[in-house]
Each structure stands twice: as C-alpha cells, then as structure tokens.
Design a protein around this ligand. Structure first.
Ligand code: INS
Ligand code: FE2
Ligand code: FE2
Length: 294
C-alpha cells in the first residue's frame, strides 16, 4: 500500500458481517424492486428521460465551460447545513430507487455508514455531504437542469464505455462522432490519473471543488469518494481502468466501501432531522469552515 498524505488506512475486515446493530443490506428497494434496475424501475420514464438529456448534452465543451464557471465559487456564501436544508424538497429524477427528498438520502446514508464505522467520523461527514452538490439545481446556484446535476457520471473527451446506463443515447451527442473525442484514450494518456480527466458535470465534481477550495481537512479518500461516487462505470463495472493511477486505486477501496451505504440505505422511512442535527453540526465544525464559498 502506498502512503498517501492525510489518508486513513483501509481497515481489514472493517465491515462487521453479522453485527446485530450493524447496517443490514435490504433485499429490495422501497418499491419492492431490485436496486439499480434501469429496465424495470417504477420511475422508468422520468429516469430514462433525465439520462437521455444528460447523454445528448454533456459534451466536452459543455463540461469545460460549466466547470470553469462554477470554479469561480461566486454563486453563494453559506454554511454546509444551510446548503443541506436547501435539499429538503429536492427529488432526484435520475434515481431508480428513491423518491424522497435528498436531505433524507444524506442522513440515511450517513446514519447507515455510522453504524458500521462508528469511529471513522470523517466517513459520516463524507456521506452527509456527498450529494450536497445537488444544490446546483437551486435558483441560488444557477438553476441547472437535472441532467447537469444528477445521475451516474462518466469521462468526456474519450469514448463512452458500453457499461454506462442508457448508453444508446450517446449516439445523439456531437462528441460521439468527433474523432478527437471518440477513441479509447481520446484527449488523455494511459494512466494519467482521474484528477486529470474531465468528468460529465454534476453534483460530485462540484461538491469536491467546493470542499477543496474552502480548505476542508477531510482526508484525500473522502474527497475522492465525493468526487467519484457517481462514477459507477469505474467503481462498480471496472471500466476506464486505463485512466487511473496508483493513488486512484488506493482511494477506490474507500469509495467502494462507501458505495454500499449510499445505494442500499435508500428507504422511504424518514430520519428525524432535528434529532441527528447536533451530531452532524459537530462534524461540520470539525472538518469545514463555518461559511463556505459556493
Ligand atoms: O441516480 C443517482 C443519483 O443521482 C446519485 O446521487 C448518484 O450519485 C448516482 O450515481 C445516481 O445513480
Ligand atoms: Fe450522488
Ligand atoms: Fe447518494
């Protein structure tokens, strides 16, 4: 294992298998269906339409321009908890497994990971904030359409891997036929590292950017997890290995551990926000400045 600065080591057997108070992976989602079933979800038409627009419109140029715009961090100044509260009525239209407001998803995933990793408070905070970038949809943050905020992510500037959900819609993306962008490596070089790859624009990269630029002291595995948690083609399907470097592979272990709680904690049972707020406020205080530039 390589030593990465500010990086917690991956504990062996970190996930207790039969711990009675541990997180139990449910057999089906809140709709009684299997998780991430994009062909059968009851939300199929809304989910498919979001991905259709995402795949058609997320060109290399769009991502570059939008990322540069948001890197200015001149949209808002507010605390993490204020941003979290903006998600109290936001429902993600790309999600086949959940129809609850996103504030619930944040708390559900944080409470789930907390059960299995009680002492890794940075993981609790990572889960709490991993989807806060969805504020991009809010009028204070430029009211981006859902296709530029939510959904799985993928690299732009190189060929779209077959494992990406609803891959067929890329045929209508101008980059699909552009020889500069449609080869295996495209504008990248083998092993260049994910940090040098432009990802389709959305809540992951934005939250990463905000946390980093505001000087968080979360470990690098937390920042990596926030930045790539929607990159299912990579962390779950094993695609795009050739763009990764050693540090990415090291951080991936934590991302994969996290992913279980992000996905399988989705439920229609609500968490009492006021009850858990003091604990999460204490973590925010420990790892983030009071006001952040967004
Ligand atoms: O629909 C979901 C949702 O938008 C999540 O926030 C994202 O992380 C997932 O990758 C995606 O499948
Ligand atoms: Fe997400
Ligand atoms: Fe999530």
């Amino acid at each position: 294992m390589i030593a990465v600065e500010n990086q917690a080591p991956v504990p062996e057997n970190a996930i207790p298998k039969d711990a009675s108070d541990g997180f139990v992976v449910p057999e089906s989602n809140a709709f009684g269906q299997s998780f991430r079933d994009y062909d059968a979800t009851v939300r199929l038409s809304i989910v498919e339409n979001t991905y259709r627009l995402n795949h058609i419109n997320q060109t290399y140029d769009f991502v570059k321009r939008t990322r540069e715009e948001y890197a200015k961090l001149n949209k808002a100044e507010m605390s993490m908890w204020e941003a979290i509260e903006l998600l109290d009525s936001f429902v993600d239209e790309s999600d086949p497994d959940l129809e609850e407001p996103q504030i619930q998803h944040l708390l559900q995933s944080a409470e789930a990971i907390r059960k299995d990793y009680p002492n890794e408070d940075w993981l609790h905070l990572t889960a709490l904030i991993h989807d806060v970038g969805k504020v991009l949809y809010h009028s204070k943050f430029g009211s981006l359409p859902q296709w530029a905020v939510v959904g799985d992510t993928h690299p732009v500037g190189c060929a779209f891997d077959e494992s990406i959900v609803y891959h067929k819609y890329f045929k209508e993306n101008p980059d699909y036929n552009n020889p500069a962008y449609n080869t295996k490596l495209g504008v990248y070089s083998e092993g260049c590292g994910l940090g040098n790859v432009l990802m389709s624009w959305g809540h992951d990269d934005y939250m990463y950017m905000v946390a980093k630029a505001n000087g968080t002291n979360l470990p690098s595995a937390a920042l990596f997890t926030i930045r790539y948690h929607s990159f299912y083609p990579m962390h779950t399907e094993g695609a795009y290995q050739y763009l990764m470097n050693e540090e990415d592979r090291e951080n991936l272990k934590w991302l994969q551990a996290f992913s279980k709680y992000d996905l399988y904690s989705k439920s229609s049972v609500h968490i009492d926000v006021e009850k858990v707020k003091p604990y999460y406020e204490s973590l925010i205080k420990k790892y983030l400045p009071e006001k952040l530039r967004w």
